[in-house]
Design a protein around this ligand. Structure first.
Ligand code: IPD
Ligand code: CA
Ligand code: CA
Length: 257
């Protein structure tokens, strides 16, 4: 299963990279003023869905650009973000990824995140650990904010929201070693799994942004919760992803007004 997912993500990522060379303004569309989608997002999503449906015709699929399809009471649900980090993709910044997850009976089962510009393939399967380009990865052990590198993001819907993450950013920024905003939630989570980044938080994400990153970070020994420490992530209550040891400390900061 994981080999199928890895090959699919690699092919999809290579397709995105190739198509990026031909991207023009005609291929660029706006879901709203700031939320971009390109023809490449749609092509890559179709490619992934077609391959999954051919291989697993009974499985359900949730994909960012086309929604839920083929729901036939299957125990398996594929969750796809064809390009996570479309803004980076459009601006030719390297931090974007193809994110493909498989959930079984409503729980994380397997996931791959592939960043074609970095040629980094993160993958994990329940109970089998996580790898980056075939090498096992594990979360960091940093347990003090002052030593931590954090990742966050600002949802494209931020302009219309009073809760736009700036309050949390201003509280956390002075306390940590530094913060990155790389623009792909799936990659942000993979970076936590690899121990490069110690924690990540964001508000207003969607299931397809985080589904593959979730299993990868859990299998790498990390922790994933909402801002209250529960499991109602990632939309209304936000998401916090960490190495585990710094988690409660981050929740404390996010709880303060
Ligand atoms: C976005 C990325 C970004 C996050 C945005 C998401 P998209 O996904 O994950 O890091 O800050 O909130 O919408 O739209 O590029 O697939
Ligand atoms: Ca996304
Ligand atoms: Ca996307």
């Amino acid at each position: 299963m994981l080999n199928f997912m890895e090959n699919l993500a690699r092919e999809a990522g290579t397709m995105a990279l190739e198509q990026r060379k031909h991207l023009s303004s005609a291929g660029l569309h706006f879901k709203n003023e700031r939320d971009l989608v390109t023809d490449v997002d749609r092509q890559v999503e179709n490619f992934i869905k077609t391959n999954i449906s051919r291989q697993f015709p009974d499985h359900a699929i949730l994909a960012e650009e086309s929604g839920i399809s083929q729901e036939r009471g299957s125990e398996y649900l594929w969750v796809i973000d064809p390009i996570d980090g479309t803004t980076s993709f459009v601006h030719d910044m390297p931090f974007y990824s193809v994110s493909i997850a498989l959930r079984r009976n409503g729980r994380p089962y397997a996931g791959v995140v592939y960043a074609p510009r970095l040629d980094e393939l993160y993958r994990a399967e329940l109970g089998k650990g996580a790898t980056l380009n075939g090498r096992p990865i594990h979360v960091s052990a940093r347990d003090k904010l002052v030593n931590c590198l954090a990742e966050t993001g600002f949802a494209c819907l931020r302009a219309g929201h009073r809760e736009n993450n700036l309050k949390h950013f201003c509280r956390i920024a002075p306390q940590v070693r530094d913060i990155r905003r790389d623009g792909s939630a799936a990659l942000d989570m993979a970076f936590v799994a690899a121990g490069r980044v110690d924690f990540f938080w964001e508000m207003l994400l969607q299931p397809y942004d985080i589904a593959a990153g979730e299993i990868i970070v859990l299998e790498a020994g990390g922790r994933v919760t909402d801002f209250q420490g529960g499991n109602e992530y990632p939309d209304r209550r936000g998401i916090v992803v960490s190495n585990g040891v710094i988690h409660d400390r981050v929740l404390e900061e996010l709880a303060l007004d």
